[in-house]
Design a protein around this ligand. Structure first.
Ligand code: ATP
Ligand code: MG
Length: 297
């Protein structure tokens, strides 16, 4: 699944489901490099598998959205600055527009999920048990309803090829220690609230999102990976949410839900997933583009 490229000055070291990582070419094999080049590909994953074909333009759209949010959260929105992993100007050339130079951080193995609304796997669990990731919620909520308060529902970031799994807050303490666990939770909830308010001002609902954090050599916690993109978050149209009659009208998605819904209806999660039809690809990229425009323009 790697699309490793020949990028002058950099060598390929790792490919995740969506991003390819490079280190400076002079880095000895196996050694740590202080900085990395993260290139967002057009690959799309759902249910932890990479689908084909990719979505043309997706890498650029995700990178533009991440960079915009990093900038907002660094204080462009007038708020306090959240330390992040950016470490230089993006490159011109083949990967222009879809690459970021970042500090190599010691990544924490926790996916910091925050949910302000009830849907997806949270909704499925709520229907069965009245809880989301073990957190009890009031009775009578519908799919897509706003939660009384945003909740933090961490997951263990499984190694490549394995599925991430929800974990309790106590398990995050076992993984990263009590102080770091509390910092992850508090920072995640803070960023969610700030971003959800910014989205709301643009007529958008930030239903849920996932952050990844890493620690630098000085022990500073930094927001890493992608942030508040349509891959890592669910965004809905606020007006449709208010007036829509059915769950799909209420949750008019600007995100990967279009792909998830199509796949859920056409694949039983056994064997190779079917190829994405052109219509789904076009609709997804159009919605990703619309989200970027509505948020940033
Ligand atoms: P996986 O790591 O399981 O492949 P993924 O499919 O989400 O997960 P991608 O998002 O495609 O992976 O790849 C990005 C990878 O780079 C992730 O493993 C992420 O944790 C890592 N990463 C992001 N930012 C940094 C950083 N500043 N320092 C070190 N690693 C980073
Ligand atoms: Mg990722």
């Amino acid at each position: 699944m790697s699309d490793a490229l020949d990028i002058p000055g950099w060598k390929h070291v790792y490919s995740g489901k969506v991003r390819d990582l490079y280190v400076p070419a002079e880095t000895p094999d196996g050694a740590e490099a202080p900085s990395m080049l993260v290139v967002a590909s057009d690959r799309v994953s759902a249910f932890d598998v990479v689908l084909s074909p990719g979505i043309p333009g997706k890498g650029e759209l995700l990178t533009a959205l991440s960079l915009w949010w990093f900038d907002q959260l660094a204080g462009a929105d007038g708020g306090e600055s959240v330390p992040n992993h950016l470490a230089g100007e993006p490159l011109p050339g083949e990967v222009e527009g879809r690459a970021m130079i970042v500090r190599s951080l010691d990544m924490l193995p926790v996916e910091c999920v925050v949910r302000g609304y009830l849907t997806g796997s949270g909704w499925s669990e709520y229907v069965k048990h009245g809880t989301v990731c073990g957190i009890a919620l009031p009775a009578g909520l519908r799919n897509g309803d706003r939660l009384p308060e945003p909740i933090y529902t961490p997951a263990y970031k499984a190694p490549l090829g394995e599925h991430d799994e929800n974990i309790t807050y106590a398990q995050t303490i076992d993984l990263v220690g009590a102080d770091r666990a509390a910092q992850l939770r508090d920072r995640s909830l803070e960023i969610y609230r700030r971003a959800a308010a910014a989205a709301e001002a643009k007529g958008l609902i930030l239903a849920d999102t996932k952050f990844e954090f890493g620690v630098d050599d000085d022990g500073v916690l930094r927001l890493a990976d992608e942030v508040l993109t349509s891959d890592s978050s669910r965004y809905w149209d606020a007006e449709a949410w208010q007036t829509g009659a059915t769950p799909s009208e209420r949750m008019a998605s600007f995100d990967k839900q279009i792909v998830r819904d199509w796949l859920a209806a056409h694949w039983d999660k056994q064997g190779e997933p079917p190829a994405l039809p052109a219509e789904i690809i076009e609709r997804t990229v159009a919605r990703y583009r619309e989200l970027l425009e509505r948020l940033t323009v």
